[in-house]
Design a protein around this ligand. Structure first.
Ligand SMILES: NC(=O)c1ccc[n+]([C@@H]2O[C@H](COP(=O)([O-])OP(=O)(O)OC[C@H]3O[C@@H](n4cnc5c(N)ncnc54)[C@H](OP(=O)(O)O)[C@@H]3O)[C@@H](O)[C@H]2O)c1
Length: 293
């Protein structure tokens, strides 16, 4: 049973780290339910998360309350072949964007997630060997079969996005962006997203936690600025970090990857904190260490 909603929630929940949480199926279900209660209805997967285990862990939890499937959007990815015992044919980690791999990976994801369709499928990494016509053909077949509703990419440059988008309409580029990694602000990625109205998805919006744990000078400066702005708004520094991304006119969907529901709540709170351009710039300047030109 798939869900008729065709947009992602403003904040997406990322499950990359879920296997490491070592939770029981009931604990996983409680986390999923709590996310849904917060309005975080989209869940970001990849075939390979947890060494190809997380989709099944999520599917197992969902089987305890199958009705929840209709309230959520599932995102997953394919295109990376890891060297793991479960893939004896893989001698070296490599990219595979062949039609055969994309199709087989979707079939495995559907089984693991215990669903009959995926709302959004992304190619995980750009592949120099990607044949855009072949990928478009695979996407068309998966769409016609009702197995995938929409398609996008992740970590693609604007030129790589343009190439595939010319063959098949893509709805998102999922990229890393946070105050300590600002390349998408300047390399055309977010300009392209805004031009095409293809809202980006942002991974590691808190730099994987480094915004709050790193002793590097830039992280410490950003941390202080986030806290000061948060104090003025009556919210946490983490909320301000999410608000910094959500202020961007390409209207990104940050993917929050915390096991703590309180942290997911802090992410959602950012939807109610519109930073003005000076606050936004204070964070940028704290990160770069210099005024804008
Ligand atoms: N497309 C790609 O190539 C790609 C790559 C990486 C990730 N992703 C996606 O992006 C999602 C999010 O990535 P992410 O997990 O790196 O996101 P993140 O939100 O930047 O980092 C989450 C990590 O930061 C910690 N954290 C959160 N708040 C904190 C705080 N206030 N102080 C200290 N630590 C804090 C969390 O620990 P707690 O759990 O203890 O809060 C967790 O370990 C992933 O789940 C995945 O879906 C995609």
């Amino acid at each position: 049973m798939t869900n008729s909603l065709d947009t992602l929630s403003p904040v997406v929940a990322g499950v990359w780290r879920m296997a490491a949480w070592n939770w029981t199926p009931q604990e996983r279900l409680r986390w999923i339910e709590a996310c849904l209660d917060l309005g975080v209805t989209s869940f970001d997967h990849a075939d390979l998360y947890g060494g190809y285990t997380v989709e099944a862990l999520f599917g197992e939890a969902l089987a305890l309350a199958p009705g929840l499937r209709q309230q959520m959007q599932l995102v997953t990815k394919c295109g990376i072949q890891l060297r793991v015992p479960a893939r004896p044919g893989t001698r070296i980690k490599h990219y595979d964007t062949s039609a055969a791999h994309i199709t087989a990976s979707v079939e495995r994801s559907l089984r693991a997630l215990r669903t009959d369709a995926i709302e959004l499928l992304l190619l995980h990494r750009p592949d120099p060997l990607m044949d855009a016509d072949e990928v478009a053909g695979a996407f068309e077949r998966l769409y016609d079969e009702g197995k995938v509703l929409r398609f996008g990419v992740s970590n693609f440059t604007p030129a790589q996005f343009e190439l595939l988008h010319a063959r098949y309409p893509l709805v998102t580029n999922q990229v890393e962006c946070h105050p300590l990694h600002r390349a998408p602000l300047h390399d055309g990625t977010l300009d392209q997203a805004q031009r095409l109205r293809a809202r980006p998805m942002i991974w590691s919006p808190l730099a994987g936690g480094r915004l709050f744990t790193s002793d590097a000078d830039d992280a410490m400066r950003v941390r202080g600025t986030l806290a000061a702005i948060g104090e003025a708004h009556g919210v946490s520094a983490a909320t301000v970090a999410f608000a910094w991304l959500m202020r961007l006119p390409s209207r990104p969907h940050p993917i929050a990857g915390s096991r703590r529901i309180e942290a997911m709540r802090e992410a959602v709170a950012a939807t109610r904190v519109p930073l003005d351009s000076q606050e936004w710039t204070e964070i940028l300047v704290a990160a770069s260490g210099e005024d804008v030109a």
